[in-house]
Design a protein around this ligand. Structure first.
Ligand code: NAD
Ligand code: LMR
Length: 338
C-alpha cells in the first residue's frame, strides 16, 4: 500500500531532524510530463540526485504508476504523484525547480516547429500554473519547439507579473552533449574530457556549435568542421529517423536534462563556477532570447556570458541562426498576445 500522508510527513520530519545534524538541505523539484519518454528516465535520475529532497511527478496520464515505481528506490527524495489538471496546483506549490518535458515529440519528416500547434497550448497552461503556485521557481523548459516555447513561457509570466528572466531557462544541453560526443569521436578523446559551446537555439541551423572554442583547444579540417556542424545540427533528426515513428530522443535527453537540472541545483545551493549553455533572455545579440553559456547561481542565471571570438564560418552561421530564431521567437510571443 502507498504510505499515508501522515506517515510521509513523519518521515520528512525525521529526515529534517537528521539534516539539522549536519547534512545540507535538499530542493523540491517537479517534473511536468513525468510519465513520458523523457519524463520517466528523468524521474529516475532526479530520484538519485542527492540535492533533491522532494520530487513531484505530474502528468495527464499514468503518473500514479510511474510514481509508485520510482518511489521504491531507496534514495533520499520523497516522491509524490499528481494526475491531471485538477492536481497541477498541488504538484507545483512550494517547488524550487520545475522541469517541463510535457508535449508531443516529432515523427520522421516533421520539424520541431510542426509541434507548435499542440505544444504551445500545453506549455502556456503549465506556465500559468507555475506563475500562480511557485512564481519564484527556476523553470527548465524542454518541450519543443524550444525556440518558441521559451518566449511563450516568458509572455505568460509577464502577463502574470511574475517574469524574472533569470529563472526561465530553455534546455539546450542535449546539443552540447551530442557535440561533445561527436567531437570526441573525431579527435579521439574521451567525451567526458571535451567541452563544446553550442549557442543560438535548439532547431536546425539555429544550433550553432562553436568548434573554434572547443576545450581542450584543437583544430579541425574544413571537412571535419562541415561534417561535425551538420551532425550536431541534425542530431535530433538522426534519432527521430532511427526510431522510425516511435518518437524522438528520450534517454540521451533525460541524461542531458538531469545534468542541466543538477547544475541549476548546484547554482541554487550557492556553488561557484557553475556554467552551462542555455536558451535564455539575453542581450548578447539584438534578439530577446539566445543560447550562450550562462553562469548559474542562487537566483538562476546570474550572468549571460558573451559569445567569445567567432571565426568567419561561425559568423556566417550566426547570421543564419538569428534569421530563423527571430521568426520562432515572434511566433511564440504572438501566440500568447493573441
Ligand atoms: P512523450 O509523448 O513520450 O511524453 C510526453 C508526455 O507529456 C506524455 O506522458 C504526455 O501525457 C505528457 N503531457 C501531454 N500533455 C500534458 C499536459 N498538458 N500536462 C502534463 N503532461 C502532459 O514525449 P517525449 O519524447 O517525452 O518528448 C516530450 C517533449 O520534449 C517533446 O515536445 C519533444 O520534442 C521535446 N524534446 C526536447 C528536447 C530538447 O533538447 N529540448 C529533446 C528531446 C525531446
Ligand atoms: C532533439 O534534439 O533530440 C529534440 O529536440 C527532439 C527532436 O525533435 O529532435
Amino acid at each position: 500500500h502507498p504510505p499515508t500522508s501522515q506517515m510521509e510527513e513523519t518521515s520528512l520530519l525525521r529526515r529534517a531532524n537528521c539534516r539539522s545534524k549536519g547534512a545540507a538541505p535538499g530542493f523540491k523539484v517537479a517534473i511536468l510530463g513525468a510519465a513520458g519518454g523523457i519524463g520517466q528516465p528523468l524521474a529516475m535520475l532526479m530520484k538519485i540526485n542527492p540535492l533533491v529532497s522532494v520530487l513531484h511527478l505530474y502528468d495527464v496520464v499514468n503518473a500514479p504508476g510511474v510514481t509508485a515505481d520510482v518511489s521504491h528506490m531507496n534514495t533520499g527524495a520523497v516522491v509524490r504523484g499528481f494526475l491531471g489538471q485538477p492536481q497541477l496546483e498541488n504538484a507545483l506549490t512550494g517547488m524550487d525547480l520545475v522541469i517541463i518535458p510535457a508535449g508531443v515529440p516529432r515523427k520522421p519528416g516533421m520539424t520541431r516547429d510542426d509541434l507548435f500547434n499542440i505544444n504551445a497550448g500545453i506549455v502556456k497552461t503549465l506556465c500559468e500554473g507555475v506563475a500562480k503556485c511557485c512564481p519564484k521557481a527556476i523553470v527548465n523548459l524542454i518541450s519543443n519547439p524550444v525556440n518558441s516555447t521559451v518566449p511563450i513561457a516568458a509572455e505568460v509570466f509577464k502577463r502574470a507579473g511574475t517574469f524574472d528572466p533569470r529563472r526561465l531557462l530553455g534546455v539546450t544541453t542535449l546539443d552540447v552533449v551530442r557535440a561533445n560526443t561527436f567531437v570526441a569521436e573525431v579527435i579521439g578523446l574521451d567525451p567526458r574530457d571535451v567541452n563544446v559551446p553550442v549557442v543560438g537555439g535548439h532547431a536546425g541551423v539555429t544550433i550553432l556549435p562553436l568548434l573554434s572554442q572547443v576545450n581542450p583547444p584543437c583544430s579541425f579540417t574544413p571537412d571535419e568542421i562541415s561534417h561535425l556542424t551538420n551532425r550536431i545540427q541534425n542530431g535530433g533528426t538522426e534519432v527521430v529517423e532511427a526510431k522510425a515513428g516511435a518518437g524522438s530522443a528520450t534517454l540521451s535527453m533525460a541524461y542531458a536534462a538531469a545534468k542541466f537540472a543538477d547544475a541549476c541545483l548546484h547554482g541554487l545551493r550557492g556553488d561557484a563556477g557553475v556554467v552551462e549553455c542555455s536558451f535564455v533572455a539575453s542581450q548578447v545579440t539584438e534578439l530577446p532570447f539566445f543560447a550562450t553559456k550562462v553562469q548559474l547561481g542562487r537566483n538562476g542565471v546570474e550572468e549571460v556570458l558573451p559569445l567569445g571570438p567567432l571565426n568567419e564560418f561561425e559568423r556566417a552561421g550566426l547570421e543564419k541562426a538569428k534569421k530563423e530564431l527571430a521568426v520562432s521567437i515572434e511566433k511564440g510571443v504572438s501566440f500568447v498576445k493573441k
